[in-house]
Write a new protein. Structure first.
Length: 356
């Protein structure tokens, strides 16, 4: 059932739109009912829960215009920090079957915005929220056997999948390997173990890297998942683990990977520094030829639009006016003036002018 208050403000906004100028009615509505705004999509923090010492789950109630997600998808969250809107992408950890109109994101404090969400955001606060995105989802027709390989906060999209599957009854045949430094660092640890106890076909293996620091390899994969070749696999975690998993799965079952950061190619030996000129803001700064231009812009005080920070959403696309940049994922050099580039995954290759 829709929130009565939100529905009322929605109707008022539609009527007022016929007469209000110069601002759209949504700006006025947002002052008293942020969730009914239409010029921006917001969500209210309904509850917070500490999962581990540095990880917190936030229960969010999205406002008007929200669309249901699929288990495994992510959303862009925006938060004002030091007078600027910072935006990051977070996986939704709750299942689509939740019926109270809320979702959850589970955030580990490992960056400026993530620390603000974990340490500072209080119940009753508001954040901006995008619509669900991402292809890291389960197919409608489930394979007979599945495998999940996760580490650290990489458990969050898979937790949404597990909760969604459990909401429909008995879990299918799933082999799940999860890595964490200590047992106290296992996000959703109690719930994962409860699922394993309640569902015989869900086999959970937790590896504590403090006690077992062996690197992931084909031999280790065969030890942890002896029948891995028979299982379609979903993996999410740090870049090093994902790279090792990808090497193991060069042949075999389908592999689905969710990355929290872009996979960069090794920097060339001839990477050169230079000056980056942000022409719109008339700021200049130095680049080492290896750091993403988005980081260069932020360090120079340039408020560059951005979203995923890994080359997916294209929110950071900017026009290259002069000079040359290098795509950090592929090593490709781009030097045609007027080309739209993604500053989150490109570095300067010498002197560069950008429309920022």
């Amino acid at each position: 059932m829709k929130n009565v208050s939100t529905s009322l403000w929605t109707r008022l906004a539609d009527i007022a739109g016929l007469v209000a100028t110069p601002l759209v009615p949504s700006h006025y509505i947002a002052l008293v009912s942020p969730l009914a705004a239409t010029h921006t999509r917001q969500a209210r923090v309904e509850a917070v829960w500490d999962e581990t010492a540095d990880t917190r789950t936030l229960t969010l109630r999205p406002g008007r215009g929200w669309q249901p997600h699929r288990a495994g998808q992510h959303v862009r969250i925006g938060l004002a920090i030091d007078g600027r809107i910072a935006t990051r992408t977070y996986s939704i950890s709750s299942p689509p079957e939740r019926r109270d109109g809320c979702i959850t994101i589970t955030v580990k404090a490992q960056g400026k915005m993530s620390r603000a969400l974990v340490r500072d955001l209080a119940v009753g606060s508001y954040v901006t929220i995008g619509l669900p995105e991402g292809e890291f989802v389960l197919p409608d027709a489930l394979p007979a056997q599945l495998a999940f390989i996760t580490a650290g906060s990489g458990i969050t999209p898979v937790m949404s999948m597990l909760r969604s599957l459990a909401a429909h009854g008995e879990l299918p045949d799933i082999a799940h390997v999860h890595y964490a430094h200590h047992d106290r660092d296992v996000i959703f640890g109690d719930e994962l173990r409860a699922l394993a106890a309640a569902h015989p076909r869900y086999r959970l293996t937790i590896v504590h890297t403090h006690d077992d620091p062996r690197r992931f390899s084909r031999e280790r994969l065969a030890e942890l998942l002896p029948d891995w070749r028979a299982r379609e696999t979903w993996a999410c975690g740090p870049q090093g683990l994902l790279a090792a998993i990808t090497d193991c799965y060069t042949s075999g079952p389908a592999l689905h990977i969710e990355r929290f950061t872009a996979a960069f190619a090794p920097a060339p030996a001839d990477a050169t520094d230079g000056t980056v000129h942000f022409t719109t803001t008339q700021r200049k700064t130095k680049s080492d030829g290896r750091t993403p231009l988005l980081r260069i812009a932020e360090d120079a005080g340039v408020n560059a639009p951005h979203g995923c920070r890994m080359g997916i959403c294209h929110t950071c696309d900017t026009t290259l006016l002069a000079g040359c940049v290098r795509d950090l994922r592929t090593g490709e050099r781009i030097d045609q003036p007027g080309t739209r580039i993604q500053v989150c995954v490109c570095a300067a290759a010498g002197d560069v002018e950008l429309a920022l």
